[in-house]
Design a protein around this ligand. Structure first.
Ligand SMILES: [Mg+2]
Length: 491
C-alpha cells in the first residue's frame, strides 16, 4: 500500500465566505488519500457517493451501543435470559474483517491467504495450538454456511454481542448452541433495522449518532466547481436519506440552500450489491407515488432502485468516467469493481487509528524487521551446521569426533539463539499489535502480511482514505499515482 505525499497547487475557487485551503505539505497521514491503482480525477466526470458511513460519519460506539441494546431486547423477547442485560459489552472488542465461526462459537482474523492467525472464543484468545487444531488441517471456506463475515461497521455490534454472550454462558457453565445464538443475533439486528428500532432512534437524535464534518460541504462544492457532477447512491430509504443529507448539508454554505443543490441525482433504496448485477428498474418519486424513470434524470427528483446500466445511460456516462465512493468493501467496492468499470474510492474511518498506531510504532517495526532478518540468518546457519554434522558422520579419522562435538555445540548454541529471537519477536509483535488494537492488532495487516480485509482493500479499492472531506486537500484533477508495480523479484 502506498500514498501520495506531495500535492499540486490548490484550485482557486469562488467560495463565498470560505477561506481557500492552504494546508502545509505533506499532509498528515490521516488526511491523505492512499493509492492502490492509478486514478486520474481529470477523467472522472461523475462522482457517486454512498451515504451511510461515507457522507455520513457515524459515532461508532453510540451506534454499537444502540445496536447491542436492540439485540438484547429482541433476544429476551425470544426467551433468552434477562441476565444478558447485566454482562459487560466491550464495544471496542470487534474490528471489521473478522469471521464468525458459528459452529464453534469463535471469532477469527485471517491473513490474505485465508489462514487464521488470531481468534477468540468468547472473549478468551485462542492459543496457537487451538487455532492449528481447528483451522489448519482442512481448508477454511469463509463463504460456507458455517461462517459469517463481518464486513461492515454495522456488523461490529453483532460480533460484540456474540463474543460477550458466548463468554457469559461459558462462565456460568451453561450450555449454548453457538449456531442458534448467532442466527438469533442476526435475525434480531435485521428486525431492528426493519422495524425502525435503530434508524428511528438515530433520526430522532442525529447529533448523538452522527458527526457533522464541517469540511464536507466545501469538498463537494470544490468538486462541483471543477465541473464534476455528483450523485448519491444509497441503500437507505427515502425519508432517512432526506433527513440525513439535510442534517449534513443544509445551511452549510450560503450558495447551497439545501442538500439537493449539491447533487445531480439522488438514488435511494438502491439494493447494492444487487444494483451492480440485477435488472431492477429505476423509479422516480412523484409525491409518495413511484413512476418509471425515463430519459435524463431530474435534479429536483429522488429516484429509487435501478441498476448500473440504466443509471449510466440516464447519466449519459460510461463506467470508466465514474468514481464511486463507499465504505462497504463488498457492496460498494468489490461488487462495483467486479461487475463494472467504475473506479472506486473506499472510505475507511478506522484509518485514522491505523496510521496513528503505525506512526507510533515505527521503531518497533524496524526492530521487528531486524529480528526477522536475524532469524533468517540463524536458520541458514543452523541448516549449514546440520549438513556439516551429517557429513562428518560418514567420515572416519582421528579428529572427526572432535569436529563432530564442536559442530554439535555450535548447533545447540544456534538453537538457543533462535529460541531467544523467537521469544523476543513474539513479545515485540504483541506490543506492536496492542498499539493498533488491543484484541486484534492492525485492521489491514496481520504480522508482515496483509490481513484478508487489507488484501481486499488493496485489490479492489483504487484509492482509500479516512473520510470524504480528505479530497478537499487535493486538486479535483489530481493524478493519483500508485508507486507500486514491482514484483518481489524486481526489488
Ligand atoms: Mg455505507
Amino acid at each position: 500500500m502506498s500514498y501520495s505525499v506531495y500535492l499540486p497547487a490548490q484550485l482557486q475557487l469562488p467560495l463565498t465566505g470560505v477561506a481557500p485551503s492552504s494546508r502545509p505539505l505533506p499532509l498528515a497521514h490521516g488526511q491523505r488519500i492512499y493509492v492502490n491503482r492509478d486514478l486520474k480525477l481529470a477523467q472522472i466526470h461523475w462522482i457517486g457517493f454512498d451515504m451511510d458511513y461515507t457522507l455520513a460519519i457515524y459515532r461508532q460506539h453510540e451506534m454499537d451501543r444502540l445496536s447491542v441494546e436492540s439485540i438484547l431486547r429482541k433476544l429476551m423477547a425470544r426467551g433468552y435470559p434477562p441476565w444478558l442485560r447485566d454482562i459487560e459489552y466491550p464495544l471496542d472488542f470487534p474490528i471489521r474483517g473478522v469471521l464468525i465461526d458459528k459452529k464453534l462459537g469463535n471469532i477469527l482474523k485471517m491473513n490474505r491467504f485465508k489462514v487464521v492467525r488470531r481468534g477468540y472464543h468468547g472473549l478468551t484468545e485462542l492459543s496457537t495450538e487451538e487455532l492449528q487444531h481447528h483451522y489448519y488441517t482442512r481448508k477454511l471456506r469463509p463463504h460456507s454456511d458455517r461462517y459469517h463475515w463481518i464486513d461492515t461497521l454495522y456488523g461490529l455490534s453483532e460480533a460484540c454481542a456474540y463474543a460477550c454472550i458466548v463468554d457469559a454462558y461459558e462462565k456460568r457453565q451453561a450450555k449454548v448452541d453457538y449456531t442458534q445464538l448467532f442466527t438469533a443475533i442476526r435475525e434480531c439486528i435485521d428486525e431492528a433495522h426493519r422495524d425502525g428500532s435503530i434508524l428511528d432512534a438515530v433520526a430522532a437524535d442525529l447529533d448523538r449518532y452522527v458527526e457533522r464534518d464541517p469540511a464536507l460541504a466545501v469538498t463537494l462544492h470544490k468538486l462541483r466547481s471543477a465541473g464534476k457532477r455528483l450523485f448519491v447512491l444509497t441503500n437507505s430509504h427515502k425519508e432517512y436519506t432526506e433527513s440525513m443529507l439535510s442534517y449534513l448539508l443544509d445551511g452549510a454554505l450560503p450558495d447551497y440552500p439545501s442538500y439537493q443543490h449539491y447533487f445531480d441525482a439522488i438514488i435511494v433504496a438502491a439494493r447494492k450489491p444487487a444494483f451492480f448485477q440485477a435488472e431492477e428498474p429505476l423509479l422516480m418519486y412523484r409525491g409518495d407515488d413511484l413512476v418509471p424513470a425515463q430519459g435524463p434524470l431530474d435534479r429536483s427528483a429522488i429516484y429509487r432502485g435501478g441498476n448500473i446500466a440504466q443509471l449510466q445511460e440516464a447519466l449519459g456516462v460510461s463506467g470508466n468516467h465514474v468514481l464511486y465512493v463507499g465504505d462497504h468493501i463488498y457492496g460498494d467496492i468489490l461488487r462495483s469493481k467486479k461487475d463494472s468499470t467504475w473506479r472506486t474510492a473506499m472510505i475507511i474511518q478506522e484509518l485514522h487509528r491505523e496510521v496513528e498506531a503505525h506512526g507510533r510504532c515505527r521503531d518497533m517495526l524496524e526492530s521487528w524487521d531486524e529480528l526477522y532478518e536475524r532469524r533468517a540468518e540463524l536458520e541458514d546457519q543452523l541448516r549449514q551446521n546440520q549438513s556439516r554434522f551429517k557429513a562428518l558422520e560418514k567420515r572416519h579419522g582421528a579428529d572427526i569426533k572432535d569436529r563432530q562435538s564442536h559442530t554439535k555445540k555450535v548447533i545447540q548454541s544456534i538453537r538457543k539463539q533462535l529460541r531467544a529471537v523467537n521469544r523476543e519477536a513474539t513479545a515485540l509483535r504483541r506490543r506492536i499489535d496492542d498499539r493498533f488494537h488491543a484484541y486484534w492488532g492492525s485492521l489491514l495487516k496481520q504480522e508482515s502480511e496483509l490481513s484478508l480485509f487489507g488484501y481486499q482493500v488493496d485489490r479492489y479499492a483504487c484509492v482509500y482514505t479516512a473520510r470524504v472531506s480528505n479530497l478537499l486537500a487535493y486538486s479535483p484533477n489530481q493524478y493519483f499515482r500508485s508507486p507500486r508495480g514491482l514484483m518481489h523479484h524486481e526489488l
